[in-house]
Design a protein around this ligand. Structure first.
Ligand code: AP5
Length: 243
């Protein structure tokens, strides 16, 4: 709503120029929609790699976790319903997330395709996604499986800091900001996610193994899963994604 009523004169020239350059670069990309899913346990690097893939292929990045956190922060009816499950590290109901994804896929920035990050997380969500895409005459091109040992994840999750406004992610050891506790671009304070504790991670991993691993198996049977070595350093994971 706010974007529609925004006066172009109020947008900084740098932001306008970079959006213009992005659109010019993307205009030359083929019109076929590329549809990717990034799947993996919490902390496996989905949110780190998705913005890089998005820029490279002119896609939009649809992360259900980010959308739900925004709804929780804004105290919308959806956010109020989702908060309790998210705080405990459990999944929110299929109906809530399917609704937000169905709406988000229609955004103009998704014209060349999209990356689904954190969705689908249950076989029920995967089947509903197949139905939604079938109605549009498109299908999933690839599922990137961020395979990694659980033992590595606690250090990644408890060391993560984020800049809420932009979604930029840092790590105290693996990707530190230039000034501790502050965003590199805006200088604003970084925060930790409420569910990024060792205790909540246990429930999130449990949900991943019980409810989301079967989704990866579901797509493996369709022959569209590419397995990545997500324990490697970020740059090497990016190289694997590009291959
Ligand atoms: P969501 O926000 O999707 O969280 P998640 O799946 O648990 O994933 P994360 O964001 O924690 O991990 P990531 O893989 O993106 O890791 P990152 O790249 O940041 O979901 C949150 C909650 O929302 C769920 O628990 C659920 O309640 C609800 N929800 C969301 N979607 C839902 C759905 N479809 N259905 C039902 N409920 C849903 O990396 C982590 C850290 O490691 C960072 O600090 C990063 O700098 C560092 N790092 C990244 N890559 C590397 C590397 N290669 N080497 C070293 N460090 C690295």
């Amino acid at each position: 709503m706010a974007t529609n009523s925004m006066n172009l004169e109020d947008i900084p020239s740098e932001s306008l120029m970079s959006e213009l350059l992005r659109r010019m670069k993307c205009a030359s990309k083929p019109d076929k929609r590329l549809i990717l899913i990034v799947a993996g346990p919490p902390g496996s690097g989905k949110g780190t790699q998705s913005p890089i893939i998005k820029d490279e292929y002119c896609l939009c990045h649809l992360a259900t976790g980010d959308m739900l956190r925004a709804a929780v922060a804004a105290k919308t009816p959806l956010g109020i319903k989702a908060k309790e499950a998210m705080d405990k590290g459990e999944l929110v109901s299929d109906d809530l997330v399917v609704g937000i994804i169905d709406e988000a896929m229609k955004k103009p920035s998704c014209k060349k395709g999209f990356i689904l990050d954190g969705f689908p997380r249950t076989v029920g969500q995967a089947q509903k996604l197949d139905d939604m895409l079938g109605k549009q005459g498109v299908k999933i091109d690839k599922v990137l499986d961020f395979a990694i040992d659980d033992a590595v994840l606690e250090e990644r999750i408890t060391g993560r800091w984020i800049h809420p406004a932009s979604g930029r992610t840092y790590h105290t050891k693996f990707a530190p900001p230039k000034v501790p506790g502050l965003d590199d671009v805006t200088g604003e304070p970084l925060v930790q996610r409420k569910d990024d504790t060792a205790a909540v991670l246990k429930s999130r991993l449990d949900a991943f193994h019980k409810q989301t691993q079967p989704v990866i198996d579901y797509y493996s049977e369709k022959g569209i899963v590419a397995k990545l070595h997500a324990e490697k350093p970020p740059k090497e994971v990016t190289d694997e994604v590009k291959k």
